[in-house]
Design a protein around this ligand. Sequence first.
Ligand SMILES: [Zn+2]
Length: 79
Amino acid sequence: MSDLFRNIVKLPCSHCGNYTYIPYTASDVIDAVKDGWSSYGAALYCPECSVTWAERNDGRTLQSSIHTIQLIDELHKGQ
Ligand SMILES: [Zn+2]
């Protein structure tokens, strides 16, 4: 695995299948959360699907930013 690949993490949306690659740094991960990436359990959602998530899930709310950051850390470890 090259250093370049090791420092990139793929964010896949569990709803629409969209994905993006971001540098795996604290500030880029925080920016992804600020941009609207969110999560529930082991599922990650893109900004568009995060907005409509509550409508599709009986008004439940998505999990915290911290949960999303931890999930992105796990995705990076597992890739
Ligand atoms: Zn999506």
